[in-house]
Design a protein around this ligand. Sequence first.
Ligand code: SF4
Length: 292
Amino acid sequence: MDKDKIFEEHYKRSLIRAGTACCPGCGGPLFWRMALEALGPRTIVYGDGPCAYCAIRNILVPTLGIHFSFVADGATGIAAALAAKGREDITVVSSAGDGATADISFNKVSAAAERNENIIQICIDNEAYMNTGIQKSGLTPFGAWTTTTPRGKETPKKRIPMILAQHRVPYVATVSVAYPADLKAKITKAKGMRGFKYIHSVIPCPTGWRFDPAKSVEVVRLGVQSWAWPLYEVENGILRLTVKPKARPIEEYLMAQGRFRHLTKEEIELIQREVDEERQRLLEYDGKSIIH
Ligand code: SF4
């Protein structure tokens, strides 16, 4: 079968159209292609603004685009309307970028978690406000260059998955487009549960992270392999690491991206120490309750 035929066959079955408005190499379309394979057609996606929404424009399930200050609100209403109609067969997804989830709409996301709304809240984390000019967000990592942190961010990334786990919600998970089977298994599990489920996906952003778009998956895989991006789930308060790679040096992940090239040897060592400490903490709690 020639290449065109293979693409045609694939997109006949896929819930995402070929071609997007996203930059080449963006992880957003990759995420949605994988996520929709797990979610299926009976899904409604309520999503916030540009970068987190660029791939949603191309998906073939009902969608609603909103401003990033209303994340989770409308999804709550949609879930309530479906419940009133007795429709148990439709999954409601609320999608937002890192700035909306961790900063602008954090109160809304936290409130929906506290109410245990029956939705899947997804964070498409490209680690900055990319579409408005690469400004830092609460989820930009320590040391990263952005246009508002030209010498590197001086504070650490908020631990949003852990913060939401402390809301005692049924399910929290981190995923990566470099680990499709893990990603799809977690979304399938979230779909099968009632109440508030949170999925956090760091997606590669060649434009803001400054690397060759052809290396997208390679870069995020390095994030997992270096433990910059540990993959875990917290189900009813119990933490479980789902991928436990032999740790690669954090320098390999950092130096694959232009946004970290200014870092000094001492700064890289500091980041390595912090990643090592977090890895130890996670391994210690693997299989145990983290709700305190
Ligand atoms: S700026 Fe980054 S996250 Fe936004 S569309 Fe481009 S590659 Fe994707």
